[in-house]
Design a protein around this ligand. Structure first.
Ligand code: UDP
Ligand code: MG
Length: 319
C-alpha cells in the first residue's frame, strides 16, 4: 500500500492542464465547472493551464478574457496545431503543482471528479487514471474501435497501460518531472506514464457526450495516435517477421522430414531465411529506436538524502 502524502507546512498545489483546439463553444462552461470544483477543494492551491493548440475559432481571445477575470487561469498558445499530445505536454511543462491533472476541454471528462482523483493521490498513489465505464454520445464505431484498441495495445505492449483510459488522469510531480524530460518527439503520454512504473490506480466514471462542437479526433488522427501507441510501447510488430520466418522454416523442415523429401524444404527456406533476416534487421532498428527515444535509463522514485526537506523538490526542466 502506498504511503499517505502529508502536507504540514503548506497546502498542496494542484495544476489542471486543459488542451483546447477550436473549443469556443465549450470553454465558458468548462471554465465555470472547473472553477467551481476547484473553489470547493479547500486546502488546495489550484491553477488552470489552458493550452490553445492552434485554434482558428477565437479560442485564444476567449482564453485571454478568462485569464483576465480569473487569476488562477494561465493560457498558452501554439503557433499552429501540433496535436493533443503536444498540447498536454506543453501544459505539463508549464505546471508547477505538486500534482497535475490533464482534462479535455469539452466536458467529456467531468471536472467534478478531480477531488476524488486528488483524494486517491493523497492516499499515496502517484498516478490516478479515470477509467471510462461507459461512453455516451459516441458512435458505435468509435466505441468498438476504442474497446479493441486498448485491449490489443495491452496484449502487445511491453508495459501494460490502463485499459479504457484516455489522458484524463492525475499525476504526481515526480511523474510529471519524468515525463517532461523525455525528448521523444512523438511521445505517447499514457504509454510513457505506465512505462515509468510508479504506483497507479484508477477510478471509474461515465463519459458524457461533448457539450459543444465536434470531436477533433478524426479517424485519421485516431489511427495516428494508435500507431504511436503501438510503435512506442511494443516491439511486437517488428518481431512479427522473425516469428514468421522461424515458423516457415520449422514448418518446411517438419514437412520435409515427415514426407522424406528434401525438396519440400526449398520454398519455405527461401521465405524463412529472408523473413528471419528482416527480423534481425528489425531487432537492430529497435535498439536504435530505443536510443533515439532518449528515455531515461532508469527512474528513481525516492531519495532518502532529500527526505529532510519539507517541500517537494521541483526541478524545472527546460529543453
Ligand atoms: N485537442 C487538441 N488538439 C487537437 C485535437 C484535440 O488540443 O489537435 C483537444 C480538444 O480540444 C479536447 C481534447 O483534445 O480538449 C480531446 O479532443 P476531442 O474531444 O476532439 O477527442 P475525443 O474526445 O473525441 O476523442
Ligand atoms: Mg472529446
Amino acid at each position: 500500500m502506498p504511503k499517505t502524502r502529508v502536507f504540514d507546512e503548506r497546502p498542496p498545489t494542484l495544476s489542471i492542464v486543459i488542451p483546447c483546439f477550436n473549443e469556443t463553444g465549450a470553454l465558458h462552461q468548462t471554465h465555470a465547472r472547473l472553477a467551481a470544483t476547484l473553489r470547493g477543494m479547500n486546502g488546495y492551491t489550484c491553477e488552470q493551464i489552458y493550452v490553445d493548440d492552434g485554434s482558428s475559432d477565437g479560442t485564444w481571445e476567449l482564453l485571454v478574457s478568462l485569464a483576465r477575470r480569473d487569476p488562477t487561469v494561465r493560457a498558452i498558445r501554439f503557433s499552429r496545431n501540433f496535436g493533443h499530445q503536444a498540447a498536454c505536454l506543453a501544459g505539463l511543462r508549464e505546471a508547477v503543482g505538486d500534482a497535475v491533472v490533464v482534462i479535455d476541454a469539452d466536458l467529456q471528462d467531468p471536472p467534478e471528479l478531480i477531488p476524488e482523483l486528488a483524494a486517491r493521490w493523497r492516499e499515496g498513489w502517484s498516478v490516478v487514471s479515470a477509467r471510462r465505464r461507459s461512453r455516451d454520445g459516441e458512435t458505435a464505431f468509435k466505441k468498438a474501435t476504442a474497446y479493441a484498441y486498448y485491449r490489443l495495445l495491452n496484449a502487445l505492449s511491453d508495459h501494460p497501460t490502463a485499459v479504457d483510459t484516455g489522458d484524463f488522469r492525475l499525476m504526481d510531480r515526480q511523474v510529471v518531472d519524468q515525463l517532461v524530460r523525455i525528448r521523444d518527439k512523438d511521445l505517447y503520454l499514457r504509454g510513457a506514464v505506465s512505462w515509468f512504473g510508479f504506483t497507479e490506480t484508477s477510478i471509474e466514471y461515465d463519459r458524457a457526450p461533448r457539450v459543444a462542437g465536434e470531436s477533433k479526433y478524426t479517424l485519421r488522427r485516431m489511427l495516428a495516435l494508435s500507431r504511436r501507441g503501438l510503435l512506442s510501447g511494443s516491439i511486437a510488430p517488428l518481431r512479427l517477421s522473425t516469428s514468421l520466418g522461424a515458423a516457415a522454416l520449422a514448418g518446411g523442415l517438419t514437412t520435409a522430414v515427415v514426407r522424406r523429401d528434401a525438396r519440400l524444404l526449398v520454398r519455405p527456406a527461401e521465405f524463412g531465411v529472408q523473413a528471419l533476416a528482416i527480423g534481425i534487421l528489425g531487432e537492430y532498428l529497435h535498439t536504435v529506436f530505443r536510443q533515439v527515444q532518449d528515455r531515461p535509463g532508469y527512474v528513481i522514485e525516492e531519495r532518502f538524502d532529500r527526505a529532510a526537506s519539507p517541500l517537494p523538490i521541483v526541478e524545472r526542466v527546460t529543453l
